[in-house]
Design a binder for this molecule. Structure first.
Ligand SMILES: Nc1nc2c(c(=O)[nH]1)N[C@H]1C(S)=C(S)[C@@H](COP(=O)(O)OP(=O)(O)OC[C@H]3O[C@@H](n4cnc5c(=O)[nH]c(N)nc54)[C@H](O)[C@@H]3O)O[C@H]1N2
Ligand SMILES: Nc1nc2c(c(=O)[nH]1)N[C@H]1C(S)=C(S)[C@@H](COP(=O)(O)OP(=O)(O)OC[C@H]3O[C@@H](n4cnc5c(=O)[nH]c(N)nc54)[C@H](O)[C@@H]3O)O[C@H]1N2
Ligand code: SF4
Ligand SMILES: [Mo]
Length: 883
């Protein structure tokens, strides 16, 4: 029998509604047609959710020092451990590092325990690496952390400026909504500001490949231009803002005219002028920005340079207008609401505001509420490294992979006296170094609320049983709180209890003074909570249906009620390139992986798009540094090094390379890019400069290259470079080693196991070796070694693993290392939803039957589900056509 449930996607901040169908235990997902974030669509990651819910490698029982323990023992160990350190060294010797992937209820309890009862503000969240500059920018301008816009504003806009956001890959459904709006209204203009030509540029009328780090100059120049063109909206500016004169003076000083801006930002004057004209001449403008703005040592200033231009033109608080910082994680917004950044209190209140301190103390009935800001993520791990912090509880984040200067972070965790980790997965770099491991319920098993980029609160509902002994994060935290003696305040019976308390606090003595107010939900019943429909905050008695847009009345939450212009003096990134480190390392995301891959790497189809840590580099730089496409490069910075597969592409800006943030130590021997990333932070927000580290690059020259496929997981030996990739019926390992293999056959047997029937081909002179192992006439594993990296197509070999029997022809093909045997090589995966490879697409184009992306969709289905691969389809078509 089939049952269906409605929930919310656990990945990005778009916050799509998901409909899950359980047909006798077989789970499938599709988009929730009625959810106002996605109206039924899902991207490649959302569509593959069912692939990721298996229990292999899940953490299902508490562990102490690697040994299974009962909950009681583990919880006592946590509370006694924390208490002992607090008694000896004070509350600031302990810290929590939490995450925008927690549900609001979990988040609320973590923050309440640390700030309200342990009495330290040493709780920070991975949102420090993500949204903190946007938060600081909004607060400086509006006096509150309020994202003013809705997704509908994007659809109704006349100009969308996409700055430092690869929306097509990172917020795919918002991007699809923009694509659709542009199809319906081709006059909708799109400007993309990104040093790289990303998939998002597919719909751009103008792409500005800006010099990395120079965005504040571009927007200061825009403010100055708006002034010179007499486009300042004084009817808005005079009554509703303060500080315009100072902001204009600073803008004029740093970016006097178009030619100066063009020079500093390394853009053409023509492009800068066009952008400025678009902005000045268009009324309905939304600026959508993300990590290319935030992750910078001047990220807060950059966000204010954008907000300044919206204030100057009065384009805020009105339909189709506004500075829209799009959030990354599913509950980045929830974390902001509960105040889990170390400088905030709960419900958008301030730690250093005595009235807020008093209010929260009374509401929580505590006399121990922290009153001094705690440590920010990067400093927190520095204090762990130098021994000032002696206990750290990490919940739903993986800092040994995602914090900058990650090798030092890893060492800090290894040396810390007490490391507690709440996780769903066994194999994360951080979990592997925990003293106490606490098993948390995962997506589909837990239940609570999340808030998306447009302030919309949605329910994540459980549809799977609780596996093993895994528990809700709020339950784990409350149990520890009770054992530490704070039982009264943590007596929650359900996530609904917590939600009601959180909602009540938001409305407590609020009376319109604070932006975050969901008091309209403070008294909902358990049933209403279970059935809660997506709703945008504020939700009050007056606005019981939620609020689409903030600041419609032109009033802001500053002391004077007026929005603040901020005078911006642009600063270059903290570390410039030099002779030794001549290239800029830019880092970020790829289409089909989520963060440290603990979940997405479970899905074969998501692994097929970009399977290895890559370095994208411009052909001119590749030539200058002697790098060949598909070879391996070694990257070094002042902080660390890594190895990555070389992808030469014109889309990369010369002088700058792009490396994904995703690979962890369980999936790649040396693929953690954060080992190289500069730990410098923005002085206001504390956000690291993840987009700009000077590096050098050199070809990696191993003695041999190779790969293995196997139906079971292996542990490669003698390979300095390895990457593990889960395929459909196999695991694939990409390999390279520094020591020549003298006896390849015995080495192969060591890797793959001695059993089965072996096919073997060896050419000693050429140092090539190929072998396959067959069990019951079915291909069990294969191994290929060569002195060069031009090994046979992996895509074809992956297909052989789907075959039930190995035919004689296949044996020949395998040994020859060439596709054949009636199985054409479909090429690297382009469409993850329908598994369509590049070669198949090229054939359709070559045959003349497909001329457009739509034709490819009709013929091969590629691009017709989530649409994320459409920019790549268009790229393949344009490369194929004669120029
Ligand atoms: N597929 C996928 N989607 C995700 C995630 C994921 O892991 N995978 N994670 C989610 C999360 S938590 C987040 S925060 C978002 C992030 O979403 P995005 O911010 O869109 O993603 P990034 O790839 O980190 O960086 C965005 C772009 O900033 C550009 N950039 C670098 N330097 C500069 C600069 O100086 N100026 C400008 N203007 N641009 C610059 C980069 O080239 C890059 O294309 O994605 C969310 N969505
Ligand atoms: N170089 C570089 N570094 C970056 C970035 C970048 O662009 N460049 N981006 C930064 C940004 S924007 C972000 S948001 C961070 C993300 O960085 P992280 O948060 O460190 O990355 P994740 O892999 O999402 O880690 C989440 C962990 O929580 C676990 N988990 C999932 N759900 C639950 C749950 O319900 N309970 C518990 N207890 N655990 C759970 C997952 O298994 C996973 O191990 O990375 C940052 N680091
Ligand atoms: S865009 Fe994709 S990853 Fe983001 S919430 Fe929607 S389905 Fe999930
Ligand atoms: Mo993020």
């Amino acid at each position: 029998m089939a049952t269906t449930s409605l929930t919310t996607c656990p990945y990005c901040g778009v916050g799509c509604g998901v409909q899950v169908t359980d047909e006798d235990g077989a789970i499938s997902v599709k988009g929730d047609k009625l959810h106002p974030a996605n109206f039924g669509r899902l991207c490649s990651k959302g569509s593959a959710l069912a692939d990721t819910i298996g229990l292999e490698d899940r953490l299902l029982h508490p562990q102490i020092n690697g040994k299974q323990a009962s909950w009681d023992t583990a919880l006592n160990a946590v509370s006694n451990g924390l208490k002992k350190i607090i008694e000896e060294y004070g509350p600031d010797a302990v810290a929590f590092y939490v995450s925008g992937q927690l549900l609001t209820e979990d988040y609320y309890v973590a923050n309440k325990l640390m700030k309200g009862f342990i009495g330290s503000a040493n709780i920070d969240t991975n949102s420090r690496l993500c949204m903190s500059s946007a938060v600081a920018g909004y607060k400086r301008a509006f006096g509150s952390d309020s994202v003013p816009c809705s997704y509908e504003d994007l659809e109704q806009a006349e100009l969308i400026v996409i700055e430092g956001s690869n929306t097509a890959w990172c917020h795919p459904i918002v991007y699809q909504r923009i694509v659709k709006a542009k199809q319906q209204r081709p006059e909708l203009k799109i400007v993309v500001i990104d040093p790289r030509k990303t998939a998002t540029c597919d719909i751009a009328d103008l792409h500005l490949p800006i010099k990395p780090g120079s965005d504040a100059t571009l927007f200061n120049g825009l403010l100055s231009y708006i002034n010179k063109q007499q486009r300042i909206n004084w009817d808005f500016v005079n009554p509703h803002t303060e500080g315009v004169v100072e902001a204009l003076l600073a803008a004029e000083k740093s970016a006097a005219g178009i030619s100066q801006v063009a020079q500093i930002c390394e853009l053409s004057e023509q492009d800068v002028r066009l952008f400025y004209q678009f902005f000045a001449d268009t009324k309905k403008v939304v600026t959508l920005y993300s990590q290319g703005v935030n992750q910078s040592s001047s990220g807060t200033d950059k966000s204010n340079s954008i907000i300044n231009c919206h204030l100057a033109t009065g384009r805020i608080g009105k339909p189709a207008m506004g500075p829209f910082s799009i959030t990354g994680q599913p509950n980045a917004m929830g974390g902001r609401e509960v105040g889990a950044l170390s400088n905030q209190l709960a419900a958008h209140m301030e730690l250093n505001n005595p009235a807020h301190h008093d209010l929260v103390s009374r509401f929580w009935q505590t006399d121990n509420l922290a009153s001094v800001a705690g440590l920010q993520a990067v400093d927190m791990f520095e204090q762990i490294a130098n021994g000032k912090i002696k206990a750290i509880w990490v919940i739903a984040t993986n800092p040994v992979v995602t914090l900058p200067n990650a090798d030092v972070v890893r060492r800090a965790i290894e040396d810390c006296e007490l490391v507690i980790v709440s996780e769903c997965e066994l194999n994360t770099g951080t979990a592997a170094r925990a003293n106490i491991l606490l098993p948390a319920l995962a997506w589909g098993e837990k239940c609570g609320t999340v808030t998306n980029s447009e302030r919309r609160i949605s329910h994540q509902r459980n549809f799977l049983p609780h596996p093993g002994e895994a528990e809700e994060d709020w339950w784990i935290l409350s149990q520890v709180a009770k054992r530490m003696g704070f039982g009264e305040a943590f007596n929650y019976q359900s996530s609904a209890d917590i939600f009601r308390e959180h909602a009540a606090l938001s409305g407590f003595e609020n009376k319109g003074k604070r932006d975050f107010d969901i008091s309209g939900l403070a008294e909902i019943t358990d049933k209403q909570y279970d059935e809660l429909s997506p709703i945008q905050w504020p939700v009050t008695a007056r606005d019981s249906e939620g609020t689409e847009r903030m600041f419609e009345d032109g009033r802001f939450f500053t002391a004077t009620g007026k929005a603040q212009f901020i005078a911006i003096t642009p600063r270059p990134p903290a570390n410039a390139t030099d002779e030794e480190y001549p290239l800029i390392l830019n880092t970020g995301r790829v289409r089909d992986q989520w963060h440290t891959m603990t979940r997405t790497a479970r899905s074969a189809r998501l692994n097929a798009h970009i399977s290895e840590p890559i370095i994208q580099i411009h052909p001119a730089d590749a030539k200058a540094y002697n790098l060949k496409n598909s070879g391996i490069a070694r990257l070094d910075s002042l902080w660390g090094n890594m190895l990555a597969r070389i992808a030469v592409t014109e889309e990369q800006r010369p002088g700058s390379v792009f490396v994904p943030m995703h690979w962890n130590d369980f999936l790649a021997s040396k693929g953690r890019v954060n080992a190289l990333v500069n730990p410098v932070v923005d002085p206001i927000s504390g956000q690291p400069e993840s987009k700009h580290t000077p590096i050098k690059v050199a070809p990696y020259r191993p003695a041999w290259y190779g790969f293995m496929f196997s139906r079971t997981a292996l542990a490669p030996s003698n390979a300095e470079y390895w990457v593990k990739i889960k395929g459909d019926q196999f695991f694939r390992y990409e390999l390279a080693g520094e020591t020549a293999i003298s006896d390849p056959f015995s080495w192969a047997k060591k890797q793959l196991g001695n059993d089965g029937e072996w096919l073997e081909f060896s050419d000693q002179n050429e140092k090539r070796f190929r072998a396959g192992k067959i069990i019951d006439n079915r291909l069990e594993s294969i191994i290929f070694i060569a002195p060069e990296f031009d090994l046979p197509a992996r895509s074809w070999l992956s297909q052989v693993f789907s075959e039930q029997t190995v035919t004689d022809e296949m044996r020949m093909s395998l040994l020859a290392g060439k596709p054949g045997a009636g199985l054409p090589d479909t090429g690297p995966m382009v469409c993850a939803c329908f598994g369509v490879g590049e070669n198949t697409i090229m054939e359709a184009i070559a045959s003349g039957s497909a001329k457009t992306a739509e034709d490819i969709g009709t013929l091969l289905k590629a691009g017709t589900n989530c649409g994320s691969c459409i920019p790549e389809l268009k790229n393949i078509i344009s490369n194929k056509q004669p120029h």
